[in-house]
Design a binder for this molecule. Structure first.
Ligand SMILES: Cc1cc2nc3c(=O)[nH]c(=O)nc-3n(C[C@H](O)[C@H](O)[C@H](O)COP(=O)(O)O)c2cc1C
Length: 182
């Protein structure tokens, strides 16, 4: 299966970048092809209805999502919600003639230095994505205390948490294969 994976961040030392890298490695170990993108590749202006031409960054994001069978995004929690760069990208995607996430499955994961993880932000991110017709996988993996959670090699300090991540990814891709075969 071809999986599009990205973290909705620009920060170089981002925990969500680390988490999506780990997720991509795990999916590759399971034999999947992973298109791992840096969100900086999808540079785009703030949504403005007066701009008639869809920005190239939004078109590129749409193309990469459309070319994949599945989509995993790691999303930081900002103020109990989704970060502005992701909401802005969603708004651009939602105005396209062919909305790229419509009818497709998506899996949302998160890493946060807080004690509770980034789950509240993931719930908020589901709303506009479901509005656009995406099928959101319910098992959202959320890594708490992310500053202490990673080993130097990018694996997780707690093997039980890493097993949980692998379970979530495998289950998501199994469900997606059935969804796509309908
Ligand atoms: C604008 C802003 C709002 C934030 N709000 C939250 C929050 O609501 N919950 C939380 O757990 N962390 C919050 N944080 C802390 C982020 O989880 C932390 O900066 C994290 O490292 C961001 O993800 P990254 O490491 O992938 O860049 C916030 C950070 C910023 C910059």
């Amino acid at each position: 299966m071809k999986v599009f994976a990205t973290a909705a961040v620009l920060r170089k030392g981002s925990f969500n970048r680390k988490l999506i890298n780990l997720a991509a490695n795990k999916m590759r170990e399971d034999g999947h092809e992973v298109d791992l993108a840096d969100f900086a590749e999808f540079d785009m202006p703030l949504y403005n209805g007066d701009i008639e031409k869809t920005p190239d960054g939004a078109l590129e994001l749409a193309r990469r999502i459309s070319e994949a069978d599945a989509c995993v995004i790691s999303i930081p929690e900002y103020n109990y919600s989704l970060p502005g760069i992701l909401k802005n990208a969603i708004d651009w995607l939602s105005r396209m003639d062919d909305v790229p996430v419509a009818g497709r499955t998506m899996s949302l994961i998160s890493a946060s230095p807080s004690l509770v993880g980034g789950n509240r932000g993931l719930w908020q991110a589901r709303i506009p994505l479901e509005c656009m017709g995406a099928w959101l996988y319910p098992g959202m993996f959320s890594l708490a205390m992310a500053a202490k959670a990673f080993n130097d090699d990018g694996t997780l300090v707690d093997p039980a948490l890493e097993e949980r991540l692998v379970y979530v990814l495998r289950d998501y891709l199994t469900v997606t294969a059935a969804h796509n075969a309908r």
